[in-house]
Design a protein around this ligand. Structure first.
Ligand code: FDA
Length: 316
């Protein structure tokens, strides 16, 4: 793990830091480099541009750890709005949506202990899955920290009964993930494999970057050898190279798996992979709640810190 990643992720939990950073306009250079805008229109605009370049897209309406039902409802409404707009512009062939269950009610406080938050999140996710299906596309459930893994996978199981196209995310940093990959490597199962963006305790997660990479490769082997549709989410050149040789070893034709990267990160590599015949999907986050997302990206890339501090000081 990088020396700065842990302190940065801890600092991100301070409410003072959140207040100061959230006061930055979305146009501030560092925010804009990771988030195309706050509105449905900006998200659909970015989608159209990426689709023109041969890329696929998954849109994430930013927000997490929702503590009131109204906010969860507003998040559902935002997804319905963007799906309708994507369909109207003929973009659902290229674009799907990614949903964080904590943004649609998974941990509503009055529901804790009664399984109620879980139920609300399931119903809200179902509404979004239905709208996605009607628009001609699908949903992928993002994965948050390890305390949510069991709840998210059980909601996934429920959703897949009616919407088998719903995708899941697994994080190579967690000890459990290789076995979760085995359980999800069945026909029709879409699984996004990432390293994991959350600060996790040693009891459940690998801490060392090399150990995380080794776990990523073990999970890749399970998914590429399996029957499902692997979505290889990484910017790491070494992981991409290994994925490509494993795909050949397991006789995977292009189009039976895909690469995924985040908006604004290694765009030349995204284009290079498309040019070589690979399917590449870009994760495009948008909306006003960009704080948590931005802090996780900064923690991954401490070189960006000086740029970030300049944005804070100039507030432009
Ligand atoms: P790594 O962090 O080692 O980066 C490799 C290289 O990529 C770096 O050397 C640098 O060149 C470039 N790079 C990486 N981060 C950068 C940054 N912020 N700015 C500029 N360059 C950067 N996580 C999670 O816990 N739950 C989830 O649901 C998802 N979903 C998701 C979707 C998609 C499409 C992607 C690509 C990633 C996620 N993630 C995620 C995030 C993931 O877990 C991980 O934190 C990041 O992808 C960074 O890990 P890499 O594999 O890119 O390697």
């Amino acid at each position: 793990m990088s020396l700065l990643r842990q302190p940065l992720l801890l600092l991100a939990r301070s409410s003072l830091v959140k207040r100061v950073v959230s006061g930055m306009p979305v146009s501030a250079g560092i925010v804009r480099s990771y988030v195309p805008g706050e509105t449905t229109e900006s998200a659909v605009g970015a989608t159209a541009e990426l689709a023109d370049g041969g890329l696929r897209i998954t849109l994430d309406y930013l927000g997490e750890d929702t503590t009131d039902a109204e906010q969860a409802d507003a998040t559902v409404a935002a997804y319905l709005d963007v799906l309708q707009e994507l369909a109207a512009r003929g973009l659902t062939r290229n674009a799907e949506v990614s949903v964080k269950l904590s943004a649609v009610g998974q941990f509503l406080p009055d529901a804790v202990g009664f399984g109620g938050g879980q139920k609300i999140a399931l119903e809200n996710a179902r509404t979004i899955c239905r709208a996605a299906r009607n628009a001609g596309t699908a949903v992928t459930l993002d994965m948050e920290d390890h305390t949510t893994t069991d709840s998210t996978l059980s909601i996934l199981r429920e959703l897949r009964k009616d919407f088998p196209e719903t995708g899941a995310v697994l994080q190579a940093a967690l000890h459990r993930t290789e076995s979760d990959c085995r359980a999800l490597a069945y026909e029709g199962s879409r699984v996004r494999l990432c390293k994991g963006a959350y600060l996790e305790p040693e009891s459940v997660a690998f801490q060392d970057r090399l150990e995380i990479s080794k776990s990523y490769v073990r999970c890749l082997k399970v998914l590429l050898a399996g029957e499902g549709y692997p979505m290889i989410a990484t910017h790491d050149p070494q992981m991409i190279e290994i994925a490509s040789s494993l795909a050949s070893r397991y006789g995977r034709a292009a189009g039976t798996y895909e690469y995924q990267m985040l908006y604004g990160i290694r765009p030349e590599e995204q284009r290079r992979l498309v040019a070589s015949g690979e399917t590449v999907r870009v994760y495009v986050p948008y909306g006003t709640e960009w704080y948590g997302y931005l802090m996780r990206r900064l923690a991954e890339r401490p070189q960006n810190l000086s740029f970030f501090v300049k944005s804070l000081v100039s507030k432009k």
